[in-house]
Design a protein around this ligand. Structure first.
Ligand SMILES: C[S@@+](CC[C@H](N)C(=O)[O-])C[C@H]1O[C@@H](n2cnc3c(N)ncnc32)[C@H](O)[C@@H]1O
Length: 340
């Protein structure tokens, strides 16, 4: 059950860009890809935009997410709109779970997968005849990070709102076996220090102190039980520079939890892989919209676009009105990328 819904970020801006692309296409097909389906706020909008364009004969929305809870929720709520549901893993390839044949000109395919495998997924869908041959992506969206329901499901360990949960933080527990608690138990001082420096830009001095505190704490008792979050919170609160007075609006645990979540889900590696693949996947007049929420994601995009043969056409941030209505949007920064 969902206690708090996810509000899609920068929805109006995304709708405008997707509509412009569709209106300017001079071919009979359109392929839109939403790499981070979540609770389908953006996907449903993209689907409606595709449906309204009657002059195209074959329109497909492909939506991916690796979180089975999000997928199950969307499958359940949107049964009659989803034409096919697949799963893709590197070891099993593509599994077809549900197909409802339809003569509608707009089709919605949902895939449970890591978006880093998008090239393989598109290839397999072409080979198996689910996508017309040689179709390239006309609009691609990635709304990175976690959704509100993931954060609010306190047993998953993403949030420090609770005192009683294991530090898990895996968005896709079927693929990733290492929990945040395992990282705290097995990484050396140097590895933990680098994790905090590289993922959230923590100062080396603070990252080192934090790593020593974690090593001390795990000697008393390894992490991996229901008091994990409470113990990590106590560590963060004791470290003076992490305290709210020094970091103003940020809770002392915010960066520590973010750094661990990024590491557990290999978020930066997945993003790098995606950006590197984009030029081969996008059609000539397409656009990719990537919504980032922190500086490590922004650095990857800014550094990788040039080598990946992409250009940054625009960077869009939410207006004050949107942030007022949805504070979770406050750190969003959407990069609009085009092929060179
Ligand atoms: C911010 S939410 C997206 C919310 C969505 N746009 C909506 O309107 O509901 C991010 C989603 O991306 C998924 N995700 C993050 N990294 C992923 C990856 N590498 N592959 C597939 N899904 C990923 C998460 O599981 C989460 O559901």
């Amino acid at each position: 059950m969902i206690t708090k819904p996810h509000i899609p970020v920068l929805l109006e801006e995304i709708e405008r860009i997707a509509t412009d692309i569709l209106n300017s296409l001079n071919k009979p097909n359109a392929l839109f890809v939403d790499l981070t389906l979540g609770y389908a706020g953006h996907s449903i909008s993209l689907l409606n935009i595709l449906k309204r364009k009657h002059t195209l004969s074959n329109k497909i929305l492909l939506s991916l997410d690796w979180d089975i809870n999000a997928i199950n929720y969307v499958l359940d709520k949107n049964q009659k709109y989803i034409h096919k549901f697949f799963e893709y893993t590197s070891y099993k390839g593509l599994t077809v779970h549900r197909t409802s044949d339809t003569s509608e000109s707009t089709k919605w395919y949902v895939v449970r997968a890591n978006f880093a495998y998008l090239p393989q997924i598109l290839d397999t869908l072409f080979q198996k005849g689910y996508l017309p041959k040689k179709t390239k992506v006309d609009f691609l969206l990635a709304d990175l990070g976690v959704s509100t329901p993931q954060l609010e499901d306190l047993d998953r360990g993403f949030s420090f709102k609770t005192d009683k949960a294991i530090l898990d933080m895996r968005m896709d527990p079927t693929t990733y076996k290492v929990k945040a608690a395992d990282l705290l138990n097995i990484l050396s001082h140097k590895e933990l220090k680098l994790l905090f420096i590289n993922n959230v830009g923590m100062s080396p001095v603070l990252a080192s102190k934090l790593a020593w505190s974690i090593l001390y704490e795990r000697e008393q008792k390894p992490f991996g039980s229901k008091d994990d979050i409470k113990r990590l919170k106590q560590i963060c609160e004791k470290l003076h520079p992490l305290r709210p007075s020094a970091r103003k609006r940020l809770h002392p645990c915010t960066l520590v939890f973010l750094a661990l979540r990024i590491a557990v889900n290999q978020e930066l590696d997945n993003l790098k892989t995606l950006v590197d693949h984009l030029p081969n996947l996008l059609s000539p007049d397409s656009k990719a919209a990537i919504i980032t929420f922190h500086s490590a994601e922004q650095k990857i995009i800014e550094r990788h676009v040039a080598t990946a043969n992409l250009s940054i056409e625009n960077v869009i941030i939410p207006k004050a009105l949107e942030i007022n209505k949805n504070p979770a949007a406050r750190s969003a920064k959407m990069y609009i990328l085009t092929r060179r």
